[in-house]
Write a protein that binds this ligand. Sequence first.
Ligand code: FBP
Length: 340
Amino acid sequence: MTPDTLFDRVLEIQSSYPGASGRLSTLIDRIGIAAKVTSNDLNRSRMADTMNQTEGVNPSGELSKWLDNKASDNFKKALASTGLCCALISEEEDGVHIVPGNEDGQYVVAYDPLDGSSNIDINVTVGSIFAIWTRVTKAGKPTDEDILRTGRDLVAAGYVMYGPSTVLVYACEGSIDAFTLDPAIGVWYMSQPDIKIPGRGNTISVNTARGHLWMPYVRQFYDWLHTEEYSGVGKKASGRHVGSLIADVHRTMVRGGVHMYPAGEDYPNGKIRLMYEAAPLAWMLERAGGKAVTGTGEDILDKQPSQVHDRCPIILGSAYEVDKFEEFRLAWEKENEAFS
Ligand code: FBP
């Protein structure tokens, strides 16, 4: 029987792991609380006049809104209060927050508390993204070995979409499920169990205004997406780009297609953050049957961060489209190898 709620599902997953401690279940339950508070903050921001309040810049020099920092606090308080996390990494905070008194905690959690916040004033879907690792060292103050982790090592990940409804998508080793919040009673109800991405789609999602900055093979792939070889004779693909990462990735996850933020002269390492955006989303997509590459010869899940706010280019979505992208990249590299 399909579990009704997030908590039922998390308990069901927990029961399938003999000897499970229930700690991960507690983490997810608290993330659900942080997401509910953030959803309420967003819904009320126009009336409370907090929507456009700014508060300086974040560690990456990007404008920080009051809502960005409030969302970050929501997640920090919820996660720190579990006593289970030794280290927290937020897009809104410099460096790593070693949780006082929890240095022996077994989890490291990285999160983008409010992605796409530049879209809030036009009421576009925004999101939160989280990534959960278990530490490598056994106890004591966490080290870089515990903190600078690849997506390959993730034990759980998820995102929250604050849109027409608030939806939390949670992935652990075995599954990826979506839960919709009933704000009247604060319960996350199972709305899309066991999400699988279609093997191919017909939707193209990328900010084309950066097209002149892409590598040639990115352009060649993009142009191919506009041919009947991709869309089918007599058919055409659809361009769908929100410019809010979670909206674009969730649509791609559910309907198939490709979403890209390629490297370019403006963002030589891409714009999307590795540890708390690209890696968790890539991990979820691979569990849903999709693929996620950097566009420069690596799977996103294999990319090793050198510091917690590293960026990463992303080419992600259905296997068909991502494999085709890689064909264009490899052909271009082979052709240019001859000249290098
Ligand atoms: P913010 O969180 O600062 O808004 O930036 C993240 C983001 O908005 C993503 O959600 C989105 O995919 C990307 O930037 C769009 O970037 P660009 O405006 O350069 O296309």
